[in-house]
Design a protein around this ligand. Structure first.
Ligand SMILES: NC(=O)C1=CN([C@@H]2O[C@H](COP(=O)(O)OP(=O)(O)OC[C@H]3O[C@@H](n4cnc5c(N)ncnc54)[C@H](OP(=O)(O)O)[C@@H]3O)[C@@H](O)[C@H]2O)[C@@H](O)CC1
Ligand SMILES: Nc1ncnc2c1ncn2[C@@H]1O[C@H](COP(=O)(O)OP(=O)(O)O)[C@@H](O)[C@H]1O
Ligand SMILES: [K+]
Length: 478
């Protein structure tokens, strides 16, 4: 499980630990881990040219002490002080180890400020501008230094967070660092897991510093969590006890959606699938998947909505929403959702445009503030929300948040959402709660896409065809 905590939680845990340790211990732990990560990133230390962008707080302190470690091992370390306030002891240590300070202002012999010259030829720039104490955005001097690094294609390693992003929401309302690597301490922060900020982090490396943390408000499941949750059949299982899913998807307008959603559902843990829809569509489904049973019958859960087009029967869908069995509601089916009734068993799977419509806001607002809008919809409709996109955000009505970050961008292909609806519906039918079904479905969907893609284009049917192998890899891994 990858866990992300809020700034307040991290500060409280830090204060409790600091009270028990000699002063400066935590920063030294952080800086040592940071120095190792920087060395590993560059691939060498002796002679490496490292520029540190130093802001006014402890984030700069981390960078200065990491620079000190590197300078002691022969790196050429230059600190660029972006504020009159900076970590004095950290800078003194760096200078003692042979590092230097480059002036951002005065021109040197070649007419360029020393800081600009150092950045232009650096192997790496370390962003110690702000950490968890930062507000979104970059001040002009910091922005100029960051732009210069980008111009010269010098990779930036972010200390704790890419400066300028909103740490607790993952929003990026203003200019920010785009890191090639982020080295964080103690726990993940929410901006590491939720886009658009997550995309600005690059890979995130976590350095343990011994914090004792409370339960995390945001979690991201990993292989062992998926393995523990997967409804694996036992010797006692039969096709009914494994779960039967009812699928109401596709239409004469979009028959393909029924076929694709079926392929997703059959790749899940269920024992049987019942397809409910127009006869010609049911024929198309059975032509591809002869194991499907057509027509209504007893089911443990429903997946409703993909490709229903204008042929949706709102009354019928509302009747199923009011029934006891859990329902996954996707795409056109979302038009039947209202904010009345007990919907604790309902999981909705909108993309940003569909969620925007449900909430009466613009799509770009949802994309910019994914966590906020997913939470809002969960609360307003009393449902679990799986918001699709580059990072999938799952919000339960009780406030729990899960995030899926393993999807590659090749997954953004027509029909991929139908596969997800069928597959995730199958986990509901297999007995998982809406939030667990959503998390396991999104994870295996993305893992299957990555297997199918291996860096190249894919179709939705190729995604469903790789779910079995992705599942096998997760279940059989030690
Ligand atoms: N917590 C832990 O467990 C550990 C924490 N550690 C490290 O400490 C870091 C937190 O340090 P921190 O508290 O000193 O805050 P930090 O982010 O460096 O600076 C905030 C200052 O910057 C300013 N400022 C704000 N926004 C700005 C902006 N957009 N652009 C420019 N300036 C801006 C603002 O000052 P102001 O402008 O208000 O005067 C504010 O006071 C943390 O991320 C981690 O790296 C590790 O060493 C050990 C374990
Ligand atoms: N940039 C992206 N990176 C990774 N996955 C993405 C990205 N954009 C979309 N996805 C995923 O691709 C799928 C697309 O679903 P959807 O938008 O419903 O498409 P469709 O309606 O054509 O099936 C979802 O699982 C979504 O999370
Ligand atoms: K930073």
């Amino acid at each position: 499980m990858r866990r992300a905590h809020t700034v307040d939680q991290v500060r409280a845990a830090e204060a409790a630990l600091m009270a028990k340790l000699p002063e400066g211990t935590l920063m030294q732990r952080a800086a040592t881990g940071l120095a190792v990560a920087i060395s590993n990133f560059i691939g060498f230390t002796y002679g490496a040219r490292v520029v540190l962008l130093i802001g006014s707080g402890d984030n700069g302190g981390d960078a200065l002490y990491a620079g000190t470690h590197l300078a002691r091992r022969g790196a050429e370390v230059t600190a660029v002080l972006l504020s009159d306030k900076y970590h004095r002891e950290g800078l003194a240590a760096l200078l003692k180890a042979g590092g230097r300070v480059a002036d951002g202002g005065g021109a040197s012999a070649d007419g360029q400020p020393a800081a600009a010259r150092a950045i232009a030829v650096a192997d790496v720039v370390v962003d110690g501008i702000v950490g968890i104490g930062g507000r979104p955005g970059l001040k002009p001097e910091a922005l100029a230094a960051v732009k210069l690094a980008e111009e010269h294609q010098v990779p930036i390693i972010a200390v704790d967070i890419p400066s300028g992003v909103d740490v607790d929401t993952g929003e990026t309302p203003a200019e920010h660092v785009k890191a090639a690597l982020t080295v964080t301490f103690g726990t993940h922060k929410i901006c590491h897991l939720i886009d658009p900020a997550a995309a600005a982090c690059g890979p995130v490396h976590l350095v343990e510093i011994g914090l004792d943390l409370p339960p995390a408000p945001v979690e991201s499941l990993q292989d062992p969590d998926i393995r523990a949750l997967y409804p694996t059949p036992t010797g006692e299982s039969d096709k009914y006890s494994r779960g039967v899913l009812g699928l109401m998807a596709g239409s004469t307008q979009y028959p393909g959606a029924a076929v694709i959603a079926t392929s997703g559902a059959l790749a899940g843990p269920i024992g049987m699938l019942r397809y409910v829809g127009p006869d010609p569509v049911a024929e198309a489904v059975r032509a591809q998947h002869p194991e499907v049973v057509a027509g209504e019958g007893r089911v443990q859960a429903w997946a409703i909505g993909s490709g229903l087009g204008d042929e949706l029967d709102v009354d019928k869908i509302r009747e199923l929403l009011d029934a006891e069995e859990p329902v996954l509601l996707d795409a056109d089916g979302l038009k039947a959702l209202d904010d009345s009734g007990d919907r604790a068993n309902v999981l909705i799977t909108p993309h940003a445009g569909e969620l925007a419509r449900l909430l009466g806001v613009e799509r770009h607002e949802v994309e910019a503030e994914r966590l906020k809008h997913a939470r809002q919809a969960a609360e307003r409709f009393d449902v679990t929300v799986l918001l699709k996109g580059s990072t999938t955000v799952i919000a339960a009505p009780d406030g729990q948040i899960r995030v899926n970050t393993n999807a590659g961008a090749w997954l953004a292909t027509a029909g991929a959402g139908d596969v997800l609806a069928g597959l995730t519906g199958a986990f509901l039918a297999g007995g998982l709660t809406p939030i667990d079904a959503a998390a396991v479905g999104a994870y295996l969907h993305a893992a299957a896409a990555n297997l199918a893609s291996r860096g190249g284009p894919i179709t939705a049917m190729q995604v469903s065809a790789h779910v079995a192998e992705a599942t096998r890899q997760v279940l059989l891994e030690e």
